[in-house]
Design a protein around this ligand. Structure first.
Ligand code: PLP
Length: 391
């Protein structure tokens, strides 16, 4: 069976060039970057080169890039250390955040008594900046705002420049989870005054188990993993040298081909919207997903006009790997908080969300396979429903 992968927001296939770069390092350089001899120093140079490369991409200084094991660790570190080391007493966030952000915030609430305020998005998934400003004005407590750049389920892009400027004007720290946008778009942090951001290499064809946190130097944030003085004492532990080299290679490829990849994926996304709209009667798209502005070109969130909690499994059996982004309230799957925010109660009860996410490797033929599979499932579903009504 020809298998089709349309779950690139979950993870992307690692590039051949990335594998080659990593294997070469693993074969030729096993030094510990903290060692002062030549083996160690060669490894150290490899890491520092990638740090410089990232800093150039983001228009920041290399000292502001801290390598971690993933996006989850970066977000945990930023949120928890803001409370533990920078005296943050209040966090403003939204119910759209990834679990690694929302759970870190809840942890700080329960263990450190941090006050938490959520901005409820509208049905399009937009965050009201007037509401944010109102909250910023309403308290003198030291505050951290944590709002993601792009949502991993519906693909909405938030204007982090405006938010960062608002936070700056109110002397408030601003963290943005940029895991879905890093290496997918140009980011200039000399113009966007964000204090903290996060990255995960496996979202752009790099290896799993490596990422970084951007930590603006002036904030004075400290680490939460203690031990040796690695990563300027912000993240103890021997560095994942081959992983960092892999991240660097993946970033290099993404930046080199950014325009080409963006155009390709936007074209695939447009084609998917066109085909699904023509073939699946009653289909809708969630959030700002079907819009060109303010939406990730990598993510399309669709809503099927019938309830089918098994759709992910059925598509998988037909060779199509997709994420359900489940809003189903039946069975074992819990409704997703993001879907609860953007869908009406009727839609939650009667419809099925699907997250289709693309990479530069996705082809129109992949989309045709998805559409054929979905049509078969939808037809079976309609026939089954009609029979049940006549029984
Ligand atoms: N933040 C967002 C928006 C994500 O989509 C993900 C991954 O799904 C993460 C954070 C976590 O990243 P990682 O898988 O590297 O821990």
């Amino acid at each position: 069976m020809n298998k089709v992968y349309l779950d690139n927001a979950a993870t992307t296939p690692i590039s051949e060039e990335v594998i080659d770069a990593m294997v070469s390092i693993m074969k030729t350089n096993f030094g510990n970057p903290s060692s002062t001899h030549s083996f160690g120093q060669e490894a150290k140079i490899l890491i520092e080169n990638v740090r410089r490369q990232i800093a150039d991409y983001l228009h920041v200084t290399p000292a502001e890039i801290i390598f971690t094991s993933c996006g989850t660790e970066s977000n945990n570190m930023i949120i928890k250390s803001s409370v533990e080391h920078l005296g943050v007493e209040r966090i403003i966030s939204s119910p759209l955040e990834h679990k690694c952000v929302s759970e870190s915030i809840l942890d700080m609430k329960s263990r450190k008594g941090v006050e938490v305020a959520y901005i409820r998005p509208n049905e399009k998934g937009d965050i009201d900046l007037a509401k944010l400003e109102e909250l910023l004005k309403s308290s003198d407590k030291k505050t951290l705002v944590s709002l993601m750049h792009a949502n991993n389920e519906i693909g909405n892009i938030t204007d982090i420049k405006k938010i960062a400027e608002l936070c700056k004007a109110h002397n408030t720290l601003f963290h943005s989870d940029t895991v879905q946008t890093m290496a997918h778009m140009s980011l200039n942090f000399s113009e966007i005054p964000v204090d903290f951001a996060s990255c995960s290499a496996h979202k752009f064809h790099g290896p799993k188990g490596v990422g970084f946190a951007f930590i603006r130097k002036a904030t004075g944030l400290k680490g939460i993993i203690t031990g040796g003085p690695q990563e300027r004492s912000l993240r103890a532990g021997t560095e994942n040298v081959s992983g960092i080299v892999g991240l660097g290679k993946a970033l290099e490829l993404s930046l080199e081909h950014m325009e080409e990849y963006t155009n390709h994926m936007q074209g695939i996304k447009d084609y998917t919207i066109e085909r699904l709209s023509a073939e699946i009667s009653g289909i809708k798209f969630n959030g700002r997903s079907a819009e060109k502005e303010n939406s990730l070109y990598t993510v399309l969130s669709a809503l099927l006009p019938y309830k089918n909690p098994l759709i992910g499994l059925q598509l998988d059996m037909k060779g199509v790997a997709i994420s359900q982004g489940s809003a189903c309230s039946s069975g074992a799957s819990k409704p997703s908080m993001v879907m609860m925010m953007v869908l009406s109660e009727d839609e939650m009860d009667q419809c099925t969300p699907l997250r289709i996410s693309f990479s530069h490797l996705t082809t129109k033929e992949d989309i045709d396979t998805l559409v054929t599979a979905l049509k078969e499932i939808s037809n079976d579903f309609v026939i089954e429903k009609t029979n049940a009504e006549h029984r």
